[in-house]
Design a protein around this ligand. Structure first.
Ligand SMILES: *Cc1c(COP(=O)(O)O)cnc(C)c1O
Length: 373
């Protein structure tokens, strides 16, 4: 038998979540599948929603070409546009859309002779202060691009820094800045990421850009939910999301240690009672976070227990003291159906996005129940 660490990717859940995102926001939805679909497999995910997707978004041309080679003909947006002029002929040939976020890109774009005009998503820095044109220069640049033969359609876009924080005024401020800087510009608009789709109905526009919610995880801090009046349909959308990745492995060793004994590297866990310890074939080299602390939720044969001790490269420990039925070969779920990726992330001082992106070395098994005949 081969090593039992497996990422089960449920493509029917991915397709379902895309529908939830699209319906919840309204309009068209670009499925954000950058970084290998947040670690889930970009080609498989794109194929799973090929029929319904309005388009896809990735971070780099290499990711877009991989999708084109797999036969994906839908629109693909490059979220950072191009990094050098040499990419432009391929961008045109492969019919890719580009974000323009800085003046240096505009100079190159307008200087280059293109075979066909290209569709541009003109990004404004409405307050995140990462990339994007300033609100002050935005309309001028828009006019310059609109008049140029290299430019097909222009979509007006911006990105939120704090949409996951429902108590922050930043999102409303960004919307106001965007609105006033785009007065009179007659183009489609794209603002909402997953957090805005779920939490900020006012941010709805022509195009949404859902990422993390497609993988079944809400970016909203659940602890804030009581502080705000969440729109009912949005709350339902959040509840309707289905986890796409289930990361599992199996117990490969069980030992009993006496109260006072410690386990693993650094001996950071000392048993406070006689303890049954399960050793599981998964470690930080597989993407399970080394920073996860004792007490991180984990499920064994469907029953909740906790991680104990230091996660090592290939193995980790679970507390089996209260799970007498657990045995060598028992299935362990790290996140997926019983254990939420958000809970693990919180316990490891990170976010579910990073957990997903880090999954590697494990076997990827794809299923799509709605395709079973
Ligand atoms: C990654 C990204 C998204 C998707 O964000 P989520 O929080 O995963 O929904 C949307 N827009 C842009 C510009 C991005 O870079």
């Amino acid at each position: 038998m081969s090593r039992p660490a497996i990422a089960h990717i449920r493509l029917d859940a991915f397709r379902h979540n895309y529908q939830v995102a699209k319906q919840s926001h309204g309009g068209k939805a670009l499925a954000v599948i950058k970084a290998n679909a947040y670690g889930h497999g970009a080609v498989q995910c794109a194929k799973a929603i090929e029929k319904e997707a309005d388009g896809f978004a990735v971070a780099a041309i290499e990711e877009a070409l991989q999708l084109r080679e797999a036969g994906i003909n839908a629109p693909i947006l490059l979220l950072e546009g191009f990094f050098e002029a040499a990419e432009l002929p391929l961008i045109v040939a492969k019919n890719l859309w580009i974000v323009i976020h800085h003046v240096w890109q505009i100079e190159i774009l307008l200087m280059t002779k293109l075979e066909k005009p290209v569709q541009v998503w003109l990004k404004m820095d409405s307050g995140m202060h990462r990339v994007g044109l300033s609100p002050a220069e935005y309309a001028t640049v828009y006019a310059r691009l609109s008049a140029h033969e290299n430019i097909a359609k222009i979509v007006l876009m911006s990105h939120f820094s704090d949409a996951d924080n429902l108590n922050s005024h930043h999102t409303q401020q960004q919307m106001a800045v965007f609105k006033s800087a785009t007065v009179g510009l007659d183009s489609e608009v794209s603002l909402a990421n997953s957090a805005a789709i779920l939490g900020w109905q006012q941010a709805a526009s022509d195009w949404s850009r859902p990422g993390i919610m497609l993988y079944g995880t809400s970016p909203l801090n659940v602890n804030q939910a009581h502080l705000i009046k969440v729109d009912l349909t949005k709350a339902e959308a959040k509840n309707a999301l289905r986890p796409v990745m289930q990361l599992t492995s199996r117990i490969i060793s069980i030992r009993k240690i006496a109260k006072g004994a410690s386990i693993g590297y650094g001996s950071i866990f000392t048993a406070e009672r006689d303890t049954t310890v399960g050793v599981v074939a998964c470690g930080y080299a597989d993407g399970y976070p080394r920073s996860a602390t004792t007490g991180t939720p984990i499920a064994v044969d469907g029953k909740m227990t906790r991680l104990i001790g230091r996660v090592s490269m290939d193995m980790l420990f679970v507390d089996l003291t209260d799970l007498p039925a657990a045995a060598i070969g028992s299935q362990v779920e790290f996140w997926g159906d019983q254990v939420s990726a958000n809970a693990v992330a919180e316990s490891a001082g990170t976010i579910a996005y990073e957990l997903f992106c880090n999954v590697k070395r494990v076997q990827f098994q794809y299923s799509d129940t709605s395709n079973l005949k």
